[in-house]
Every structure is written in structure tokens, then in C-alpha cells.
Design a binder for this molecule. Sequence first.
Ligand code: URP
Ligand code: ZN
Ligand code: ZN
Length: 473
Amino acid sequence: MGTLIKNGTVVSSTYSQKLDVLIEGERIIKVAPSIDPTGHTLVDATNLLVMPGGIDVHTHLDMPFGGTTSADDYTTGTQAAAVGGTTTVIDFALQSQGHTMAEALTTWLAKSNNKACIDFSLHMAVTDLDPNKTGSTAAGLAELEDMVAFGITSFKLFMAYPGVLMIDDGLMFQVMQKAASLNALCCIHAENGSAIDIVVAQTIAAGHTEPHYHALSRSPKAEAEATHRSIALADMAGCSVYIVHLSNEDSLAALKFMQARGAKALAETCTQYLVLSIEEQMPGKSWDEAKFVFTPPLREKWNQDPLWAALADGSLSVVSTDHCPFRMDQKALGKGDFRKIPNGGPGIENRLQILWHFGVNQGRITPEKFVDLASTAPARIFGMANQKGSIKEGLDADILLWDPNVDYTISAATQCMATDYSMFEGWKVKGNAAKVFSRGELVVDNTTQPGKFLGATGRGKFLKREANAGGLT
Ligand code: URP
Ligand code: ZN
Ligand code: ZN
């Protein structure tokens, strides 16, 4: 006795075909043109697309940042993800300088314990290889081994936020060398934090304190320079590297240059860079633009077409959200000084709607590419393809029934995310999650109970991932 999804079209990263999908317990046990329904609970997927649940590999839930904490915790954040069709997230544990990675891991497992509603994993952000001030990085490097043994097979390295999260090139290179020996992946926040901080100070000194100047003070060139530098260092170290939240054409050029030279370099962009721009969202007219203060900032609109083209041609591999939500009362910490505005925006719920509407509906990507960018490639790159990311026998039954014809209006009034605004307020999209299964359980049914998470709070499991060097070996 299982659950049989019948009459739908399975969309994988490489094909679309009318197929039935049989779930038993938590797994997919059969995918075939016609499965006998006798004895099974039937789910009719007529006119629906049957896809692997989305995987968002870049989220910040319950994260202390900029003097406050991101507004979604593991419960509201993962429920919002599920309502939007995402069934797995990879969040970031942040090592604080002077503290070990083990401490960070304990903290983040406590944040997620009994709260996560879909499956999740963690990247470890490495900020200090000698937290106990021994004069040696040996213990710090050994901790990288511990993380990989625990199933945390990707490390985040910040080239921005001096004094808080930023590390220098030497430390970055040491982590990359060690990561290479462990088959782990280094994820890079690529911005030249030192140069940006000078520009930021000069901007404030000139009296420019509004949100608009946050964006202007973080040049695309500072991102492109760090993109090139980090990939070059990774190449020297023999390490696979994944550039997070790549936002503009200059950085894309740096990525492509190094990819053409054989560097093991992958990158994601995020929904916001594909559809929002400095001209349209942050023209410099109001405090309200604080909604869009995140890092890297919004870019000029002309950057969007090259980003879409790079998704289509494979230079960019993934679309994530960098979901880092703050309410407007939190953003208000930076009223009068953009440096104090908590950086980040909400998007975990809307990633698939935006990618489908502006990508597939506008002919920029195929439905198969949509599946690849949203689920299959994230699973492969982050060592989860043996569990997630495809509609395949033996894998977890994380299944998204997608209605490509339904109209949906995005609004803070109806969203699950804990912010009091949406970056896409009032936008009308065609295409939305109809039903969402997480490990075989129907956790969202937007056709009967829109916007509601139906599963138990805390049902999400921590995922141990394989160390596979981003799937590039
Ligand atoms: O503004 C952002 N992106 N906040 C989250 C932290 C980061 O840099 O990813
Ligand atoms: Zn970042
Ligand atoms: Zn981030």
C-alpha cells in the first residue's frame, strides 16, 4: 500500500515524460509509464508537472547578523520554503572568531532541533583556524576533517565583512588546501571587503547615508576582483570552489575566464539578481529601499540578461535565494546610516515562482533546466544526489507537483515568511506549487489549504552529505 501519483508529467533535468510515481514510506519505489493503482492511495496529477522538490542551498535562518537575528527561525523558514515547493535547504553555521567550529555546529543544531520542518543540512562558515590562540592552525584544520566526517562537506569563506566574518587570503588558501585533500567544496562570498570598507567610509563622510548608497558603495568590480582571486587561489590549491550569490556581468566574466582555463569553479546566482535592479527598486528616493539592502547589492538592470544566459548555457549552475530576512523594524537599526541596516532579504518562499515565471514562461530556460537549477544540480554539487534532487527509484520521496497554469499574486499579507514585506509585493506570476511531499508525506496542499504547512513541526532531518568536490572530480 503506497501513494501513487498518476497522470502527471515527470520533469527531470534531462527529459519530460508522462510517468506514474509510486511512493512507499519515505521513498520513491517505482517510476513507470503506467502503474496499477490497486491498493494504493491515488493522487491525480492531471495537468501537473511532477518534479523533485526544490533544494535551496543558501539560506540564513535564525542567524545573528548586524546587531539582530534573521526573522525566520527554522520553523517559519522551512515552512515557507515548503509552501513554495522547496523540500531541502542548506543553511549556514557561522564560526565566531575565537570559537571553534564544533561550538558553531552545536549552536546551529540546537537552533534547528525540533524546529526544522523539511530536511536540511549545513555549510560551515570558517572564520578562525586558531581560535585558542596556540600559534598553530593545526587544530583548526583538523576541525575541517571533523566537519566532513559529520557530513558537513562544504565550507563558506567570506572575503567581505572585515572584522566580523572576513578572512585573509592566507587563511582562505589554507582552508582550500585542506578542503582539496578532503574532497570538500569551498563556497565563497566574493567581494573585496577591504576596498569596499574604504569606499563605504568615504561615502558616509560625504553625507550619503541612505540605503541607495549601500548599493553604490559596493562596486561590481570589487565582486569581480574577489571572484577571480578566490578561483585563482582555489585552482592553486587544487580545490573545487562555488561562488555564492554572483550578481553581475563583471563577476560572470571572471568566472567564465577561470572556467575556460580549467579551474574547478561553479557558481550560483539568486532570484533577486535575476529580476530586481538598482534603477527599479533602489533609485535613491526613500528609506523604503532598505527592503533591498543585501550584499552583494542590486545591480544595474542590464546585468540580468547575461545572468539568465549563463544559467541557460551552464556557466552558472544553481539559483538559490540567500534568504536572510529582516522585518522593517530590524532594518530601522540603520535609519540614518546604511552601514547599520541588517543585510539581507526574504525570498525562500518565492524562488520557484520567480524562476518559473521569468525563466520558463519567458522562454529563457526550459522546464528541464528549471529542475536542474532548482534541485538536481544543487543535490549533485552538494553531495546529496544519493538522497535528493531527482524523481528516481530509491531516492527520498521529496516531490513537487507543479501547476504551470495557475495564477498567483505574491504578497506579504499571504506569505509564510516572517517579514512584514515582500521584495516582490503585488507581482503576478503564472505557475506555483500545487502539492508538496517531503519524504513521502504530503506537507503542503496549496489547492485545498493554500499557504499552510500540514506536517509536524520538527519533522525535518539533518542530512549528512558526501564529500564529492562539487561533483567535479
Ligand atoms: O546580505 C546578505 N547577503 N546577507 C546574508 C549574509 C551573506 O552575505 O550571505
Ligand atoms: Zn554572502
Ligand atoms: Zn548568504
